[in-house]
Design a protein around this ligand. Structure first.
Ligand SMILES: [Fe+2]
Length: 265
């Protein structure tokens, strides 16, 4: 398993607070079956842009500490970049240095906000694609405005935008509405990547064992490919900087609503 979204670097954002916490988070990842993890500190949130060279040094130091602690996991650097006008200044053109990209690839993890208007996001995403980036939308299930207009979301995917969901959303960690949206996205085959979005060791962790079981159960119920495996296959393409061509759904299956759907789950 490749965890493409995590806040395991300590002291850079609202994620890990210490080296010990980072190592404990990595142990949780390892126990979940994660072989590679991408550290994605917040970038451009409240205008704060961490220095890329400094983040690279932090990843190297954490990898050394993990090796010493005999934690078998490869740590890659990335970023979770909030999408706004400043992003377009930060990501002017995708160059060979792949600054603020995921694991030295052309993929960028893009975070929308509750205030994001889909029409404005669409323009920015198209611009990023034209500049040579391959955007992945972080935790799509947290944005009801995207599921209210699935045709628009499908058009984005057709243009080359990919979707990431948080593993914990499938277990209900972020509430029943987010869980239902994650299931709807999965049912429609538009969850391309998985991440823990782990911030700490006590809540919003990097432990994905429960999610792994839930995804296997869901796969049997929906008779679809297990997301745990398909997402790993897609994430592997990030590590190799290869393009991902997702399958498109024939038609959009609307979200199941209300108590009845949950009773007969
Ligand atoms: Fe995150």
């Amino acid at each position: 398993m490749i965890d493409i979204h995590s806040h395991i670097l300590y002291g850079v954002d609202d994620g890990s607070e210490s080296l010990e916490m980072s190592l404990e988070m990595l142990r949780m990842s390892e126990a979940s079956g994660v072989s590679d993890i991408i550290a994605t500190p917040h970038v451009n949130r409240k205008g704060i842009v961490p220095d890329w060279a400094d983040l690279q040094e932090r990843v190297e130091a954490l990898q050394s500490a993990a090796n010493e602690a005999r934690i078998e996991i490869a740590i890659h650097l990335g970023a979770e970049i909030e999408l706004n006008g400043a992003t377009m200044e930060l990501l002017k053109k995708c160059t060979a240095s792949h600054t603020y990209c995921l694991a030295d690839s052309r993929y960028v993890l893009i975070e929308l906000t509750d205030q994001t208007r889909p029409s404005i996001a669409e323009n920015m995403l198209n611009t990023l694609l034209m500049r040579g980036y391959w955007p992945i939308l972080a935790h799509v299930e947290r944005f009801p405005q995207l599921l209210e207009d699935p045709d628009r979301l499908l058009a984005w995917i057709r243009n080359g935008v990919l979707c990431q969901c948080n593993a914990g959303s499938f277990t209900g960690e972020f509430g029943p509405k987010v869980q239902e949206r994650a299931r709807t996205l999965y049912r429609n085959g538009v969850v391309h990547m998985l991440g823990s979005d782990g911030h700490r060791t006590t809540f919003r962790t990097t432990d994905m064992r429960e999610a792994r079981e839930e995804l296997a159960r869901l796969a049997r119920k929906e008779q679809r490919q297990d997301l745990w495996h398909s997402a790993t296959g897609n994430a592997d393409r990030i590590l190799w900087d290869r393009v991902c061509y997702p399958e498109m759904p024939d038609h959009w299956q609307a979200q199941k609503r209300g108590l009845l759907s949950r009773l007969f789950d």
